[in-house]
Ligand binder design. Structure first.
Ligand SMILES: Cc1ncc(COP(=O)(O)O)c(C=O)c1O
Length: 395
């Protein structure tokens, strides 16, 4: 039985070309990039080359790129770093509670960080609501601004629904009030053309393993002159903001993954879009009113809400389909088909997805939701097999 991997929003397989580029750095190229000898200098040169490649890819300057261990770290770096810098700057009138504006559909890397800041640093957080497809209204952000607002953070595209929120209006509103704007762009990289200058954001986070690169590598774009605290205390690496010996092999792999995107992104998007359209059509024809699509762009009245080409989230009607999503997931897994019942980072947790709850689902409906996410390795035959298998399991 062929393995069918349809959980590419959780992670993507490592591209063999990426692995090839990484291997020499794991074998012979073990020098510490801070060392002055040849081995060290070679590592340093590679790291700086990748910084240039990535900066160019997202329209940034090389000096605005900070390598991190992944998207979660980049999110923590930005949100905590900007908050702590403001707290430490004495810019807030004494007694005023610092305030952050975010959304209820952010990834847990943002929400958990914000909850920590609430608990330990008395930061007040406004979580903006979205519509039923995850679209957030910039006017709500404007209304939520207070004199003490120190940051607005809104994700660029959502990992469960695939909705894309154009972040430019949020950035402009933030800047009209002298507030920095940060966006988690982890899911958008490789599926949407991103230019941080045109997006006018002050910071944005990215991750390597969503783009056929290795795990354990990501990046933070931080616009020049953005006030931020050092994230990792230690050595002077990453412009003295993120101490720690650089992971040369992972950085080299990330660079190769970006180079592959340069030549492949257009065809990737075409491939994902075709698979997505095929899947949505087949699910609609097979299950009719027993399925509701949670993602925009599935013909369920989302209008012109933009969406990622590779993600479909759907819920089975719990009244007619008695099997919950976690049971479906296990049964599909027994047939060697991998999908997700929510965000990968919350899978395994008994809590229903906070994103589905935020778009209005009760616990029961949220628990009957599946996320299917397409990747380079998928074919039309995979989609046929998935739909047939779902039909068998459910009937
Ligand atoms: C939107 C979003 N942000 C952040 C992350 C965390 O990235 P990483 O797994 O690289 O830590 C993910 C991972 O699923 C994500 O989807």
């Amino acid at each position: 039985m062929k393995e069918i991997y349809l959980d590419n929003a959780a992670t993507t397989p490592l591209d063999p070309e990426v692995l090839e580029v990484m291997l020499p750095w794991l074998k012979g190229g073990y020098g510490n990039a801070s060392s002055v000898h040849t081995l060290g200098r070679q590592a340093k040169v590679r790291i700086e080359d990748v910084r240039d490649i990535f900066a160019d890819f997202i329209g940034a300057r090389s000096s605005e790129i900070y390598f991190t261990s992944g998207g979660t770290e980049a999110d923590n770096f930005a949100v905590k770093g900007i908050t702590f810098a403001k707290l430490g700057s004495g810019m807030l009138t004494s007694g005023a509670r610092p305030h952050i504006i975010s959304s209820a559909i952010e990834h847990s890397a943002i929400i958990d960080t914000l909850e920590y800041l609430k608990l330990r640093f008395a930061v007040d957080v406004t979580y903006l609501k979205s519509d039923r497809f995850g679209k957030i209204d910039p006017k709500d952000a404007e209304k939520a601004i207070r004199p003490e607002t120190i940051l607005i953070t809104i994700m660029h595209s959502n990992n469960e629904l695939g909705v894309i929120n154009d972040t430019l209006p949020f950035a402009r509103i933030a800047h009209n009030h002298n507030i920095p704007f940060f966006t988690d762009a982890v899911q958008s990289l490789g599926k949407v053309t991103l230019d941080v200058k045109q997006m006018e954001c002050d910071a944005a986070s990215f991750s390597g393993h969503k783009i056929y690169g290795p795990k354990g590598i990501g990046a933070l774009f931080l616009k020049k002159d953005t006030l931020i605290d050092k994230f990792m205390h230690g050595g002077k690496q990453e412009r003295d903001r993120r101490g720690g010996t650089e992971n040369t092999a992972a950085i080299a792999g990330f660079g190769k993954a970006i180079e592959l995107l340069k030549s492949r992104m257009k065809s990737d998007i075409e491939q994902y879009s075709k698979l997505r359209a095929q899947f949505v059509k087949a699910i609609g024809e097979t299950f009719g009113s027993n399925v509701i699509f949670n993602s925009p762009g599935c013909g369920s009245g989302s209008g012109d809400v933009p969406y990622l080409p590779n993600i479909v989230s759907m819920s089975f009607n719990p009244e007619s389909v008695k099997t919950d999503a976690d049971t479906l997931l296990i049964k599909l897994d027994m047939k060697k088909i991998a999908v997700s019942s929510g965000s990968a980072c919350t899978s395994g947790s008994v809590q229903p997805s906070h994103v589905l709850k935020a778009i209005g689902y009760d616990d029961r409906s949220a628990r009957s939701s599946l996320r299917v996410s397409f990747g380079r390795g998928n074919t039309a035959a995979d989609i046929d097999t998935l739909v047939e298998t779902l039909k068998d399991i459910i009937s």
